[in-house]
Design a binder for this molecule. Structure first.
Ligand SMILES: Nc1ncnc2c1ncn2[C@@H]1O[C@H](COP(=O)(O)OP(=O)(O)OP(=O)(O)O)[C@@H](O)[C@H]1O
Length: 495
């Protein structure tokens, strides 16, 4: 096994933050190294250092034994190191093949692109690595999983020997994740070394050979996956045991509260009716594309319904916009935090209080700053948001901590009905447990939660009832006692 990359004593500092301190990492050929750590532990920063995006403040990087200094991603590419980001950066109106060879398209002497040659080159590349992609398809028509494969094909076209993957499975379905693992296995057999970040311990156990843990920017060491238990990994990550991944349910659902009647929107939501009780966790399950997010966006007024009614306490309420929903005590934590949840260029304080602006605005429209500051501080503390303070720009927080800001925003509005659309995506194991506790607290106080989750155990363990959707319709509503993975799947594929 050849040592492809070795970084020693790496430190990286940002104003007020020690993102990495004295971290060592080795990537070998034909090996997958899992990288684990809580939100903000420094995983993405480490990959950014290894891929030339950031220069380390201290330490040395060796590529195949040679000490190197990389000034940018192009230097890393030249050395055979490439990163596949969590947020993909492709040109949506161009084909897979054009994206793969962007900036290097084969041209004739007159500068005209030789498309035939391009597609031939790409076919050869894809078949060499067994990647199932249509090179002619426009990127905007691809699923996230296919976009990821395009990125992987692109880095392979540069002859990458080390591929750094930052949470590649966080937006994938179970099946897509399995496909990605198969691709990673092929790459491994061809001698590529992979670093793979995930918050899901099962995934690390399934596809990695070794696992390395970071905690608060520090290197907690690495172990062969086969020799380490889940509990030991959690202890390395968090510094303590987490006895229960799901807390015992303590809520007692009361009388019917929110009623949805015959809600429709095109082909996405078809004649959906259900009632949520006070103090209940009402889960919504289904496969990707079943209409779960579309349904809750209608309830929140983020999309316009074709027909249907929403009632609270038996009274019809008129929701035409998210503002109407918030006024009626309904709040949605959206699926895509970057597009729908946050203004990344603004600080944590502004983002946190955004949902409350109309409540804290004083006469003549100016903002009550001291109150705003207290509110932001409270949420930072309650959700353990890792930041240098409420003045930190939200875009510079780690992914998981950005998600916590979105949840903090929601908590501030103290909603009667809290809709959580995949709230623990990209969230570490300790914080997940805290979010489950928070759901318990919310429902214990008589408020209701509508929960969508891409993780089946989460929706099963946390919900009192689960509505399962298939092609826009509810195919079954299951009670907590009858909730099993098999039952949910049965209804998710049509009942
Ligand atoms: N450009 C930046 N400016 C300031 N601080 C930064 C910047 N990039 C990262 N940080 C800080 O460095 C720390 C490590 O962040 P990083 O994104 O590496 O964490 P992570 O382990 O990848 O977390 P997650 O699991 O949430 O994605 C965080 O405290 C983050 O706020």
């Amino acid at each position: 096994m050849e040592e492809l990359l070795k970084a020693s004593h790496i430190s990286k500092f940002f104003p007020g933050v020690r993102a990495l301190q004295d971290v060592n990492i080795t990537v070998n050929s034909g090996e997958i190294l899992g990288l684990l750590g809580e939100n903000g532990a420094g995983k993405s920063t480490l990959l950014n250092v290894l891929s030339g995006i950031y220069q380390p403040d201290e330490g040395e990087i060796r590529v195949r034994g040679q000490s190197v200094k990389m000034q940018g991603v192009n230097d890393a590419f030249e050395l055979g190191i490439a990163i596949v980001h969590q947020e993909l950066k492709l040109h949506s109106n161009m084909s897979v093949a054009e994206n793969i060879y962007m900036g290097r398209l084969p041209k004739n002497r007159l500068g005209t692109v030789q498309y035939k040659k391009l597609y031939q080159q790409v076919e050869e590349l894809l078949s060499a690595y067994g990647l199932k992609l249509n090179p002619h398809k426009e990127v905007r028509l691809l699923s996230i999983a296919e976009q990821q494969l395009t990125e992987i094909a692109k880095v392979l076209s540069y002859n990458a020997k080390v591929i750094l993957m930052d949470e590649p499975t966080s937006s994938l379905t179970t099946e897509e994740t399995q496909n990605l693992f198969r691709t990673m296995e092929v790459l491994k057999k061809k001698g590529v070394g992979i670093v793979f970040i995930s918050h899901k311990l099962e995934e690390i156990a399934e596809c990695c050979d070794r696992v390395q843990v970071l905690r608060d920017g520090q290197d907690m060491g690495e172990k062969p996956v086969k020799e380490v238990s889940e509990n030991e990994l959690i202890r390395m990550m968090v510094g303590r045991e987490i006895s229960q991944r799901f807390p015992a349910k303590t809520n007692r659902p009361g009388e019917p509260f929110l009623e949805v009647r015959n809600l429709n929107r095109g082909k996405y939501v078809k004649d959906v009716s259900f009632t949520v009780r006070r103090g209940e966790v009402f889960g919504i399950a289904g496969l990707v594309g079943a209409g779960r997010s579309e349904l809750v966006r209608l309830i929140f007024g983020a999309d316009k319904k074709d027909s249907g009614e929403i009632l609270m306490n038996g009274q019809k309420i008129d929701i035409k916009s998210p503002r109407d929903a918030i006024r009626n005590g309904i709040y949605l934590v959206p699926e895509d935090r970057k597009k729908q949840g946050l203004i990344l260029a603004q600080d944590v304080e502004n983002n946190t209080v955004l949902s409350m602006i109309y409540k804290i605005r004083k006469a003549f429209g100016y903002i009550d700053t001291p109150k705003e500051k207290v509110m932001a501080d409270e949420q930072i503390e309650a959700l353990h948001i890792k930041c240098t303070g409420k003045e930190q720009i939200t875009g510079t927080l780690s992914g998981g901590n950005q998600q916590k800001v979105v949840i903090g925003k929601c908590m501030l509005t103290n909603p009667e009905v809290m809709i959580l659309d995949d709230p623990t995506r990209g969230i570490d194991i300790g914080t997940k447990a805290e979010i489950y506790e928070l759901i318990n607290e919310v429902t214990n106080s008589g408020r209701s939660v509508i929960l969508i989750s891409s993780e089946m155990p989460e929706v099963i363990k946390m919900s009192d009832r689960v509505a399962v959707m298939h092609e826009g319709r509810i195919t079954g509503i299951l009670e907590h006692d009858e909730l099993t993975q098999e039952q949910v799947i049965k209804y998710a594929i049509g009942g």
